[in-house]
Design a protein around this ligand. Sequence first.
Ligand SMILES: [Cu+2]
Length: 327
Amino acid sequence: MKFGSTLLLILTLLFSSCVGEQNFFAGKGPQSHEIIKLWWTLFGIASFVTVTVSFFLVRGALKKNRDDSVNDEALGKGLVYGLIGTISLLLVIIFSTLRLGHPPEYSEGNFELKVVGKMWWWQAHYYDPEGNYLFETANEIVIPTGRPIRIKLVSDTVIHSFWVPALAGKVDMLPGRENFLVVKADEEGVFRGQCAEFCGTQHALMSFYVKAVSEDQFSKWKEKQGKKYKRIKSHALGERVFINSGCVKCHTIRGLGVATDAKYYGPDLTHFGSRSHIAAATYPNNKGHLGGWILDPQGAKPGNYMPATPLSGKELNALLEFLEALK
Ligand SMILES: [Cu+2]
């Protein structure tokens, strides 16, 4: 590779994380503001150390007529100052990091949302503020703006890490352990999240979206998501294809009246048509991508736990219409 293209590649890789909805520098919540402050503090300290050490190194190297005899007193003084300086800088780093690791909002309280890390998607369970179970959804989390919301994070298989860079730091999702995260979005918006702990072949394609909306819209959204599927006559063929092609084995549509096999659990599809993306934010939710996904999920996201389903053009079309109508 030529020097120019190599440089371009390096610069692209370096700055590719600095734009878009997954940018931690564009923090939109109190916790992310603290993280940005900590980042700049650490960057400042590291830069100061680098510049200082380089300065003395270069000065020493360039010195003419060097006198190599050892001055014990000066050496001793230098060592003491150096040690005091190093230890105080390390203490600053340790305490500012520890302080962020235990933000005050981690206190007790009801959680309104439980997210389960799956291989390789996110299952979300909503609760009302009193702790009563409401409904299940997947890969798209809606939160109210302007107040903290407590999220319980767990996993039932392998370790994942829940990370929405623009809102908060990473929190691990561990089998057999419950972790909590309190997030607060200062303003409305759509933020992208990503699994931040290598969890298998599709770790990189395990993303999700967080939508921060007004409290009013949040209530309306919850009310809608809690509703069951109501049969629509014009989608009778699509519904039949969904039931007869084995989709119901892994996917629940509440109100359809067919039980899902807990062994093969996939995302709840009751309100699938209201989601903006499919397969853990891998593709936009439209008929083209959805059709490709159903016919060849392994080509779209190799190694995921959904098998391919061969369908005729007519069946596929009816199925797509049916799924997209699940608003
Ligand atoms: Cu993961």
